[in-house]
Design a binder for this molecule. Structure first.
Ligand code: ADP
Ligand code: MG
Length: 374
């Protein structure tokens, strides 16, 4: 028996909505990516999200909830059109939503009204995946580890899956694939700080395309080492973070500190320093919290994997590890999180648990999310 579903994801980079059409076959299940697209946010939508994440009003929040519901529905509709698929052939939509506040273990809030998606697409919508894990004392994040362990692990060998979005998160799957042995957490900044630094240099640019600026600049290693002293890096997993810690204000501080330590620092040097922080924090967190002789293959996905300067620097920072692109093993790495949430939706629709307590710190395994009927 096979079933089609749509996974919708919008991450901390605020770059746009990722939509994946996924076919599930069997009970394990086998997962096939049928189609994928990203609908970029326009400048106005992005500004509205940014405003709510940094202290908008209740009204801003309510209006954004509905507006994001429309944008998510539009992304799902565009995907159906692109793949020549009828909505009635889709079993459900799994929608992660847009995180606007993540303060574990107290609260994690995603916006994007599932009622709007259900109304416009006409299929059941699974949403709000994080809150049940938080209610059970967990971080509500990361939630991709179950997908990593079930769908993307290596047979009989350990594997480390590293997704570099706005925030970077890692899942280490032991050789036997045992969920209790999984180690997963957010390592810290992915590309959010680099993006913010690049924007502060040039308002019209959203990110450092192909890592060109970082490659031209010289990182301030002293500043990077100092930033790595922050308590977050010292904290033992389970742990997760977001724009609340590594957002625009953090990036502005980083730029200030670099300029204070080296008065002739160029904009490119600041971008290079932000990128070095991403790389060094990942390497540092691997050394501290992963079993060093069993890291195995490091498989990278997310927008950061599209930045060759980042990928090269990561290879240098992880000597002895093989760094492989997720896209070379499976499918477009930008679709990985949308596919993973489609999988979590598939589990919820069957009443099956979706969290990994070893990763989130929750008191136990839980069925995640809520279902909005068609
Ligand atoms: N060609 C590229 N060169 C450099 N960086 C890129 C490129 N394409 C995408 N990115 C980076 O990827 C980010 C988006 O990654 P994504 O995985 O969608 O993150 P999130 O899950 O946080 O939304 C962009 O903000 C940008 O920093
Ligand atoms: Mg994104």
């Amino acid at each position: 028996m096979s079933q089609l579903a749509i996974g919708l994801m919008s991450g901390t980079s605020l770059d746009g909505v990722d939509a994946a059409l996924v076919r599930f076959t069997g009970d394990r299940p086998d997962v096939e990516l049928v189609g994928f697209l990203t609908v970029p946010y326009d400048a106005e939508d992005e500004a509205r999200i940014r405003e709510v994440t940094t202290g908008g009003t209740t009204r801003d929040c309510a209006l954004l909830h509905v507006e994001l519901g429309r944008l998510f529905a539009a992304a799902a509709a565009a995907l159906l059109e692109r793949t020549h698929t009828r909505a009635r052939d889709v079993a459900f939509v799994a929608s992660h939503g847009q995180t606007v506040w993540h303060e574990p273990p107290r609260a994690s809030l995603q916006l994007g009204d599932p009622a709007v998606v259900a109304e416009r697409i006409g299929v059941p919508v699974v949403s709000d995946f994080r809150s049940r894990d938080v209610a059970a004392g967990g971080q509500g994040a990361p939630l991709v580890p179950l997908a990593d362990a079930v769908l993307f692990a290596a047979d009989g060998r350990p594997r480390t899956l590293l997704n570099i979005g706005g925030i970077a998160n890692v899942t280490w799957v032991p050789r036997d694939g045992d969920l209790d042995g999984v180690i997963a957490f957010d390592t810290g900044p992915g590309v959010a700080v680099v993006d913010a630094v690049v924007r502060s240099c040039d308002r019209d640019v959203r990110f450092d395309r192909d890592g060109a600026r970082a490659a031209r600049g010289t990182a301030d290693r002293t500043v990077v080492q100092r930033l790595l002293q922050a308590p977050y890096f010292d904290r033992r997993p389970p742990k997760s973070t977001g724009r609340e810690r590594f957002g625009d204000a953090y990036a502005a501080d980083l730029a200030r500190v670099v300029r204070a330590s080296r008065t002739q620092a160029s904009d490119d040097d600041i971008v290079a320093t932000a990128l070095a922080l991403t790389i060094e924090s990942i390497a540092d967190q691997f050394r501290r919290w992963l079993p060093s002789d069993e890291i195995g293959q490091v498989v990278i996905s997310g927008g950061g994997a599209r930045n060759p300067t980042l990928v090269d620097a990561l290879r240098d920072a992880l000597p002895g590890c093989t760094v492989t692109l997720f896209s070379d093993l499976f499918f477009d790495g930008d679709a990985k999180e949308a596919v993973s949430f489609a999988f979590l939706g598939w589990l919820t629709m069957r009443g099956r648990v979706g969290n990994v307590p070893a990763a989130t710190g929750a008191a136990g395994r839980r069925v995640l999310g809520r279902i909005t009927p068609a």
